[in-house]
Write a protein that binds this ligand. Sequence first.
Ligand SMILES: NC(=O)c1ccc[n+]([C@@H]2O[C@H](COP(=O)([O-])OP(=O)(O)OC[C@H]3O[C@@H](n4cnc5c(N)ncnc54)[C@H](OP(=O)(O)O)[C@@H]3O)[C@@H](O)[C@H]2O)c1
Length: 331
Amino acid sequence: MITAGIYGATGYTGVELVQLLHRHPHVRLGFATARSAAGQRLADVYPTVLDVPLISAEQVDLDGVDVVFCCLPHGTTIPTVQQALAAGVRVIDLSADFRLHSAAAYQRWYGSEHTAPQLLDEAVYGLPERYRARIRTARLVANPGCYPTSVILALGPLVQAGLLASPSVIVDSKSGISGAGRSVSLKTHFGERYDNFSAYNVGYSHRHIAEMEQETGCQITFAPHMLPVFRGILSTLYVSLQPATDPATMLAAYATYHDEPFVRVLPHGTLPELRHVVNTNLCVIGVQVVDVARGQYILVSVEDNLLKGASGQAVQNMNIMFGYDETTGLL
Ligand SMILES: NC(=O)c1ccc[n+]([C@@H]2O[C@H](COP(=O)([O-])OP(=O)(O)OC[C@H]3O[C@@H](n4cnc5c(N)ncnc54)[C@H](OP(=O)(O)O)[C@@H]3O)[C@@H](O)[C@H]2O)c1
């Protein structure tokens, strides 16, 4: 049995973690923090039957805690992470603060200086399908972004197999509204989103591009969209493979996922939908040839942004770090 703490338990990823850890057989929730709701109970500020007291971050006692999850906005996480590591507690950070290897890249994309650049070398990018061995012994795991998880899992095997004819990849992603977090804004207001559909941050501007490029080595043209649904991401990728690559050769690259518990690759021509994955920790990938002679393919990758795109993947990482079966609490 291990003891876990959650910073930012009143946000969408935090609540998801409370629920996942509640049904995990090997984890006890030691504390849950909130900012504005500190002193209340989770059920006071979120519709849940779980009775969880909320404390402020200043009240946290890390004694006896094995792991903490940071579900805080990027830019606010670094001191919390440093404090936990100094107390000998392992950290899974769901924010973007430790995902990039370079402090210069962090400054370029996140607009502020990284105040703990020495930890960027140590942090392990928490994508189990690629970094499982390093995650096992990591003190600090940087849980991947929601869009990047769907993109890297779809694109990675093609890069590794040397099948890409061009490093330039167009990524067109659609996310449910929960991807923007729980704080109130006009952008995510029901009246603005219901019965509506729009692109945002198009061009070379969405911060998740940095992670996608770091992990795939590709040049990403990214157009994110906000769907009028609560949860789920569907990413469509347009790739140029070596001329004359046939679907069987292309699909063979995905054999790397054969034993992966949370990645499924569908037969050629069968495309996944959000309903394949919502409320699961799965990422499901489908491929469709456009033109074999020219090596043109379209990939479709779906996941639940709050599970494989955030809290589910964080629990998967925790299971790996503490030697539990990777699927514990996630099936
Ligand atoms: N939502 C997703 O699909 C998703 C997916 C992957 C990664 N992430 C990342 O995970 C982190 C949490 O996301 P979320 O969607 O759960 O966010 P959220 O719903 O906005 O919740 C954020 C939490 O952090 C607290 N908080 C806000 N500002 C704070 C500050 N300055 N200092 C301390 N606490 C503060 C909030 O408390 P108050 O309610 O009092 O403000 C709340 O408990 C973010 O870094 C996000 O980028 C999110």
